[in-house]
Design a protein around this ligand. Structure first.
Ligand code: CTP
Ligand code: MG
Length: 232
């Protein structure tokens, strides 16, 4: 069984709005709905754990009413990692065949993830950890105290996207280990996995269009993309 964990419990500090970005509207629907629509359309995914900030529970309940696939709401944690852990704990209570379950962990702030979802899902048939990446376009400087301290070779730099797919038991065990070590600050599950597992995740191609809505400018980019899609 494949389960989507859709993360929508963040505060959206960089988005700088009264409401978190995942419930902001983009072309007539909320950003989180784009991810829920993808899951609804993919035959390989059976259910969703939607991780939310309980303050907005009424809004999320209203949003999820229209879907036919099972969606379980789960209260999030203080960090992204803690939100994922809470979802994994809830899922652990819900499922019986844990060894046969995979999870696809996704940032709801990435509305255009359809192709990447399908790719990760396909790869999960044969692998236990799958992470989508795109080559970094810019040169990256590492700066500390306003000083350039490192310029890593761009040929080896990639941006990491979601959804990231894992066998449930493996990623759940890794999350438990991370907490035991006092870590709550991993910003993606692939890096948490590779810290606590000997084998590295398998990489697949991500998609430049699967960008994350982080600030208000990204909404303009998303609107531009959507308006071009309908006129083409
Ligand atoms: N997220 C979450 N729980 C948290 C923090 C983040 O579920 N405690 C989710 C966000 O809702 C988002 C995804 O993780 O879909 C990626 O996080 P990010 O883009 O950093 O979103 P926010 O944390 O909400 O934004 P910011 O960092 O600007 O506050
Ligand atoms: Mg954040």
């Amino acid at each position: 069984m494949n389960v989507a964990i859709v993360l929508a419990a963040g505060k959206g500090t960089r988005f700088d709005s009264i409401f978190p970005k995942q419930i902001a509207e983009l072309n007539g629907k909320t950003i989180v709905e784009y991810s829920l629509d993808i899951v609804e359309s993919l035959a390989g995914i059976e259910m969703t754990i939607l991780v939310i900030d309980p303050v907005y529970e009424t809004i999320f309940k209203e949003i999820t009413r229209k879907y036919t696939k099972r969606i379980e709401l789960c209260p999030g944690g203080a960090t992204r990692q803690q939100s994922v852990y809470k979802a994994l704990e809830q899922l652990n209570e819900l499922i019986e065949k844990k060894e046969e379950t995979n999870v696809l962990i996704h940032d709801s702030a990435r509305p255009f993830a359809h192709m990447v979802f399908q790719r990760v899902l396909n790869k999960l048939i044969a692998f236990q950890a799958v992470v989508p990446i795109v080559k970094t376009k810019d040169t990256i400087y590492v700066i500390k105290d306003k000083q350039v301290v490192e310029i890593p070779c761009r040929d080896h730099l990639y941006n990491v996207q979601t959804p990231q797919g894992f066998s449930f038991q493996r990623i759940y065990d890794c999350h438990k280990l991370a907490l035991k070590k006092g870590r709550t600050d991993f910003t993606d599950d692939g890096s948490l996995y590779s810290t606590f597992q000997k084998n590295q995740p398998v990489i697949v191609d991500g998609d430049q269009l699967n960008f994350k809505i982080t600030d208000k400018q990204d909404i303009l980019l998303a609107e531009y993309y959507l308006s071009n899609q309908t006129t083409n």
